[in-house]
Design a protein around this ligand. Structure first.
Ligand SMILES: [Fe+2]
Ligand SMILES: [Fe+2]
Length: 500
């Protein structure tokens, strides 16, 4: 059966319907199925019609043996964020039975017991693929036709092991919150960021690249998703790749473990009245072989942002938020003042279409810019928020902070962005103190607060410009790609090259 056929499989199988009819608990389903060669019906205590004798009492059903427990659950969406949720998880080994996502709405009046044990009205067969670099299988299944105003309860697994029941938040129609951080890794600060975001319970989270720092050691990804699961099983986590993802088979380690929209590692979506675009920023550029992909991505960004700017001018959305791993301008010592490849190739696109907010990582600092353009404060420009303190390490700041920078510091943490009508309120939290010592007991400290207002009607109209052709947009693309490939190679060799 192909993966698309699997996803289209009937939601409830006949056995499940029968169990519902006889009032059996759905929790029994995996026990029955796990009996293997036994007929599932033998576990249902019904008299044989017309039989000469009463059936012997059934022995208690044995506890299931979770020989293939799902691990590393993480939610995302690959389709409409309001009516679908995609779950991705892993099982060890190269063998796996049919695995499922079972789900349903959290109805009014459900208590914790109901949420944990009530029957699931929907069931979807998962697709599967080999997990890059380890003996494991990645399972993926999408919940569809969800009611946007209801939280979703679910579990994943198979006859050989089920996850706990988790709840994903509703997709609110109006005000919403999301978290942003990058450069995550597996340190005590990384774990504190996971706990801190989970405690804040936003509607979703964005990780702006450099997730696990596996750097070619694939089992690190397993430990990473173990760490992330308490957060990612409870809210969608959307990601873009960073340069460290390139170290795992040119991004294959990342691709085989995460389910994101589109097929080229970059994608756009609307959430509420905000348009998001998550770009690779050239993070996965693989020498000259990546030239075509880079040009294609820049053209995709041009088209996407042109369309978004037009929609904003028409009043259909309020904000355009662009996310990638790399900073364009930075106060990090050694990488300042800018990534001029991105200045030349990308910044002019963001400015042309009036991107409101640029969310980035890569530089392991916290920095927030004033509205800016080309390294100068500019009222109609974009605000860049660098949240590279997700947990890996912290770097250094330059001594003389440039005048486009509104605030820069060296702290571990994450930002929370609340979208409320024509305002985005941003609160940045640290999980450490001023000496970068971990805060006790999951404590969070606010280190920065600011807000962005939606552009007015006339300003929005000024950004509604026609998309350019490849020749107009990228006349020097081949030379720039050679330059970028060299820059990345030198960076990976550990060299800091501010002018490359
Ligand atoms: Fe990083
Ligand atoms: Fe990076």
């Amino acid at each position: 059966m192909s993966s698309s056929e699997q996803l289209d499989a009937p939601n409830i199988d006949p056995l499940r319907r029968r169990l519902l009819r006889v009032g059996a608990s759905f929790a029994a389903l995996p026990l029955l199925v796990s009996c293997g060669s036994e007929s599932p019906d033998s576990a249902i205590d019904e008299p044989e019609p017309g039989g000469p004798t009463e059936p012997a009492p059934q022995p208690p059903t044995p506890e299931p043996v979770a020989t293939l427990p799902p691990r590393g659950l993480h939610a995302s969406w690959i389709d409409d964020p309001t009516s679908t949720r995609t779950l991705t998880w892993f099982t060890d080994g190269t063998r796996a039975p049919d695995s499922y996502l079972e789900y349903g709405p959290v109805e009014n009046g459900m208590n914790d017991t109901d949420i944990a044990s009530a029957p699931f009205p929907q069931r979807t067969l998962a697709s599967r693929q080999a997990t890059y670099g380890v003996e494991a299988i990645t399972h993926t299944a999408t919940a569809t036709n969800l009611a946007p105003d209801k939280a979703v309860r679910y579990r994943v697994g198979s006859a050989e092991g089920w996850s706990a029941v988790h709840v994903l938040p509703a997709a609110p129609n109006g005000r919403f919150r999301f978290a942003h951080f990058g450069d995550h890794a597996l340190s005590e600060f990384s774990k504190a960021v996971v706990a801190g975001v989970a405690a804040r319970a936003p509607d979703f989270a964005i990780i702006a690249g450099d997730l696990s720092y596996a750097n070619g050691d694939q089992p690190v990804w397993d430990r990473y998703f173990d760490m992330l699961e308490p957060l990612a099983a409870r809210l969608p986590v959307m990601t873009c790749p960073g340069n460290h993802e390139a170290k795992d088979g040119g991004g294959e380690g990342y691709r085989s473990r995460l389910s994101m929209p589109g097929e080229d590692d970059h994608y756009g979506f609307d959430y509420g009245r905000v348009h998001f675009y998550l770009s690779t920023g050239g993070s996965l550029l693989d020498g000259l072989a990546g030239a075509g992909a880079l040009a294609a991505e820049l053209l995709a960004i041009e088209l996407d942002l042109a369309r978004a700017a037009l929609r904003r001018a028409r009043g259909e959305i309020d904000f355009i938020v662009f996310v990638q791993h790399y900073t364009i301008w930075t106060s990090e010592d050694g990488r300042d003042p800018a990534n001029f490849t991105l200045v030349a190739l990308e910044e002019q696109i963001l400015l042309r279409y009036g991107v409101d907010l640029l969310l980035v990582g890569h530089d392991h600092i916290y920095e927030r810019s004033k509205p800016m353009a080309y390294g100068r404060p500019f009222a109609n420009g974009y605000v860049q928020l660098t949240q590279g303190g997700g947990g890996q390490t912290l770097y250094e700041l330059v001594d003389d902070i440039a005048d486009w920078s509104a605030f820069a510091t060296l702290r571990y943490g994450f930002s929370e962005l609340e979208v409320d009508g024509d305002t985005i309120r941003i609160t940045s939290y640290a999980v450490d103190d001023e000496q970068n010592r971990p805060l006790p007991n999951g404590e969070l400290r606010v280190i920065d607060q600011f807000e962005i207002r939606a552009r007015g009607t006339f300003a929005s109209a000024a950004f509604a410009l026609p998309a350019r052709t490849r020749k107009q947009l990228l006349p020097e693309i081949d030379a720039v790609v050679r330059h970028t490939a060299r820059r990345n190679a030198l960076h990976d060799a550990g060299e800091h090259l501010p002018w490359l």
